[in-house]
Design a binder for this molecule. Structure first.
Ligand SMILES: Nc1nc2c(ncn2[C@@H]2O[C@H](COP(=O)(O)OP(=O)(O)O)[C@@H](O)[C@H]2O)c(=O)[nH]1
Ligand SMILES: Nc1nc2c(ncn2[C@@H]2O[C@H](COP(=O)(O)OP(=O)(O)O)[C@@H](O)[C@H]2O)c(=O)[nH]1
Lengths: 272, 272
């Protein structure tokens, strides 16, 4: 079945690298060196890349939607428009398919999740972050992450996460939180709370292999002063993001999109 | 005598920390946690902080000028205006003082250098970087630096520096380069070339003390995977920036401002 997610954030926040790390493959090829005399791109384009993958023995048709140019211009007013339009048009596609006589094989192209990359300034959310998230949080399962979190010390990450959550609460932004159910056992509930406590995830991405501290090859980034290991939970929350986005809550993300976000969109649309 | 320099760059690039690190004192106090419901600042303010310090046995009246809000709004068009105005008004102040009868004690408040902080995206210069630098490079000694360079591996820094220099050359941006003189001895020339070869400097700032690899206390940042030492030349170019800005070329910066940049401004102004 289809799983579609949007990644949004300004250029250079490690988005392509993170997607490649999540699926352990080069979905996004190494960027070619651009001609310095070429015009810097300043409008927002929508691009998609798809792949058939297998996760937990489940075959998925994965689509990653990207919006290069977002946040990169001198004037970013309305830079969210092409993104909102893409989310809406995928809802419209589904709406139209639902009205056909033969509905048995509707292809679900709706956006099941939007991962928003926050620049690791160490301060708090920027005006663009807040405006963007408020524009999309009623249409998608919003998962904000702290990009390139190896820029921040453990203490800075803890403070930054707190300030981001304060901003999110003050601004009334809805972010996706893994649901717990009454029938869940103790262990599942605890694991879900542990996951929730780390939101927004501080992520690091890398498809390069480096020698980890146990001497074996691990995915990470090698600096002169040390090696950060992407899959090491003491180094960053990459494993948590993978757990939320792909391993444990894929079904929840698709279901919330279908039953809540899409239905709200449909009601709103048919009313107007 | 006076030494005045401007630091410019978007919020969260470690500017206050770097200034504190350069002079080894809290010129910029620790930022207080702002109320999340407070409006995010979106206009550019000009702020100055001064201190009397001693460098190489020379007493300096140091002034650091800062432009908080630059690059932080959704729409940053014309965000450079307050900065250009500040540079111009300091030239005007000097111009006016020069025309007075008693000129023996003119106070030099002109901007002797502008350090521009480049976000460590790893890609190339952003439209705002290029536009800003082109607006100021004929008025100040421009020193671009790669902010928070501990975000990048050694290889990424080398590539990024190359792309930045390509952009700077393509766009015809003039950056300050330490001059060599015919009378210089071999060692000075080599040391100057070595300094030039590292431009733009990849800087890291910290006033925190951490245990360096020799066990002694050094200024740095402690991560779970290692400790970066600010004064270690294998870790970053902080020492080089300090050398360029304060230790070896302070006189050159003041002189170029007085004899070349100010004179150009004055000629331009008197002509119109
Ligand atoms: N410090 C750090 N750098 C990263 C990380 N992920 C990617 N990078 C580097 O950041 C640069 C930009 O990455 P890229 O994935 O192209 O960013 P994008 O423009 O958002 O797609 C490259 O030099 C990457 O190697 C990360 O988690 N931490
Ligand atoms: N990774 C890294 N973080 C830094 C560096 N310098 C400062 N920081 C951190 O970045 C955050 C913002 O620093 P600050 O000096 O306030 O930035 P400013 O907004 O540009 O003045 C703080 O959490 C600092 O501890 C650096 O060189 N590298």
């Amino acid at each position: 079945f289809n799983f579609n997610f949007f990644i949004v954030g300004e250029s250079g926040l490690g988005k392509s690298t993170l997607v490649n790390t999540l699926f352990n493959r080069e979905l996004y090829p190494q960027k070619e060196v651009r001609d310095p005399s070429a015009e810097k791109q300043t409008n927002v384009k929508i691009e998609t890349v798809s792949a058939d993958i297998e996760e937990n023995g489940v075959k998925l048709h994965l689509t990653v939607i990207d919006a290069p140019g977002f946040g990169d211009a001198i004037n970013n007013s309305d830079s969210w428009e092409p993104i909102i339009e893409e989310i809406n048009s995928r809802f419209d596609q589904y709406l139209e398919a639902e009205t056909k006589i033969n509905r048995t094989t509707i292809i679900d192209n709706r956006v099941h999740s939007l991962v928003y990359f926050i620049e690791p300034t160490g301060h708090s959310l920027k005006p663009l972050d807040i405006t963007f998230m408020k524009k999309v949080h009623t249409k998608v399962n919003l998962i904000p992450v702290i990009a390139k979190s190896d820029t921040l010390t453990e203490e800075e990450i803890a403070d930054f996460k707190q300030r981001i959550l304060d901003d999110i609460n003050t601004q009334g932004i809805n972010i996706f939180r893994p649901p717990t159910y009454e029938k869940d056992d103790e262990e599942t509930i605890l694991s879900c709370q542990e996951l929730m406590s780390r939101i927004p995830f501080a992520v690091v991405g890398s498809t390069d292999e480096v020698s980890g501290k146990d001497g074996n090859n691990v995915r990470g980034r090698a600096y002169p002063w040390g090696i950060i290991e992407v899959d090491n939970e003491d180094h960053c929350d990459f494993v948590r993001l993978r757990q939320l986005l792909i391993r444990d809550y894929l079904e929840e993300l698709r279901e919330t999109t279908a039953k809540k976000l899409y239905e709200n969109y449909r009601t709103e649309k048919l009313r107007n």
